[in-house]
Design a protein around this ligand. Sequence first.
Ligand code: FA5
Length: 344
Amino acid sequence: MKLDIEIIKSEAEELLSSAVESRSLAGWHSKYLGKKGILRTLTADVSGLSIEEKKELGRKVNELKSFLEELYAESVSSVTSIKKDKPLENFYKTLPGKKPEIGHLHLITQAIREINEVFSKLGFIRVRYPEVEWDYYSFEALNMPKTHPARDEWETFFIDLPEDPKLGKVVITPHTSNGQIREMLKGQLPIRMLNISRCGRRQSDINHVPTFYQFEGLVVDKNISITHLKGVLEYLIYNFFGEETKFRLRPYDFRFTEPSFEVDVSCGICGGKGCRFCKEGWVELGGAGMVHPNVLRAGGIDPETYSGFAFGWGVERVLMMRTGLKIDDIRYLFENNLKFLEQF
Ligand code: FA5
């Protein structure tokens, strides 16, 4: 045993000096002093020893333990002082410090906040409805029965989950219009809703991404007309883009609004001259229209007494049309490339 302990001591000393250099003191500690370390193994099996031999072993192991612990403590303090001393050599108290870099909100978050602010001035209340949704709210209650071909336009992602007999399949909602029905079913009239959330469609090119944000406005009250719709859209466009921006309503065919429109603004990238993003000077921001009577009925509202308008626009497109930003590929917004994001 004498021999063993002396060998352990000298090996430990030798190993420790190289551990100090490579800063791997933790490895050395677990080898000698750890739970499964050498020190523990020395006293693991004492069954064949007499009482005297056990006492002798105990004394030697304790001595070895103190030796190893002292050795370790010395080495730790020498490493710490190396760490502490080095930077002090070049430390000038009066030099200005290095400022930590501060990031900023993502462009899309900034746009969502601004859009919310514009609408809150008109009394719209921000809500959020499920992004993983039943077919019923995203399609069926919006006047698009199960086999209706209009559904194709929404290039929907279906989730592999059991179907509900009434609500149908589970989808990633392809638009925020699911919020129209959910809001109406709350049974609180009049309605001035702003629903901003993520949507999904199987699309990807310079002006489409598979996951994007939409904001949906819904107003339901007595005597709501198309003039109110146009006034609200104009308010948004002038506040967000400035009064020099031109916009137009193009007749369209959404199943959940009648009449329906698509809303275009003059392209903020090329100033309406035509570029690789807009092609002809106009960019579609979203759809709008007067809420279809069938949709009001599905929301439990009597279309003989109430009318309403709705609109659903893409947050990213609105952001990109801001004069001066000149972002001509929507996918840049989702790449998380700091060189791109730090510009804004
Ligand atoms: C709709 O989604 C309708 N729900 C809008 C609506 C609401 C009409 C209420 C009437 C009443 P559309 O499929 O055109 O409409 O999409 C609206 C906008 O969402 C588009 O103009 C575009 O700005 C944005 N958008 C649609 N798909 C994508 C996509 N894959 N990537 C980025 N933005 C998209």
